[in-house]
Design a protein around this ligand. Structure first.
Ligand code: HEC
Length: 161
């Protein structure tokens, strides 16, 4: 019995190694990172309905260095935090519900195929990883970031003091 258990553990370990590295981790504590910028997309924006509402962008300390120098070191993580927009009163917009977060992680070796950036998404409620997006990130995310980000190494937003 004990041998069987050991064998099962050995097979599981080989399986994990064969499956490659772990998926991108949830960026715990990102709400306390530096706020980079905010934006609002209305219903007529081509990115609606997915990106309709308010978003805020956050950078961890390594990513903040990237915003300062234009070169993002490995370990940089950027979070795009998407919310619905509420209308709490006349001619006013406020924060509604969180819809999802989009995440970019810098690892030049692991994500060499997508310009050194890994992409993923966690959806609310439940902050569940959107596996289809992570598996298909080069097309779903990286294509647009690679082609259109204005000279900023796949990053669109800029940090304004
Ligand atoms: C059609 C183009 C396009 C696609 C596809 C796209 N993005 Fe973006 N992304 C943008 C733009 C434009 C911004 C800047 C928004 C702003 O500055 O307010 C942005 C911003 C971001 C940011 C903040 C860092 C930055 O570049 O400014 C992250 C993180 C991000 N996107 C992740 C993702 C992920 C993950 C996916 C795939 C699920 C994705 N994006 C798909 C255009 C795109």
């Amino acid at each position: 019995m004990r041998r069987l258990v050991l064998l099962a553990i050995a097979i599981a370990a080989v399986g994990l190694a064969a499956a490659g590295e772990a998926p991108i981790a949830f960026p715990e504590g990102f709400r306390t990172w530096a706020h980079v910028s905010s934006g609002l997309f209305g219903p007529a924006n081509p990115a609606a309905p997915k990106y309709e509402g308010l978003h805020a962008i956050y950078a961890n300390p390594a990513a903040l260095e990237g915003y300062r120098t234009g070169k993002w070191p490995d370990g940089a993580v950027i979070v795009f935090d998407q919310w619905t927009a509420d209308k709490p009163g006349a001619d006013a917009l406020g924060q509604g519900q969180r819809k999802f977060i989009d995440v970019m992680v810098r690892d030049s070796r692991r994500y060499a195929a997508t310009g050194g950036w890994g992409y993923t998404e966690f959806a609310w409620p439940g902050r569940d990883r959107v596996t289809a997006i992570e598996d298909n990130a080069a097309k779903a995310c990286g294509g647009c970031h690679a082609a259109k980000a204005p000279g900023g190494d796949h990053v669109f937003s800029t940090f304004k003091d």
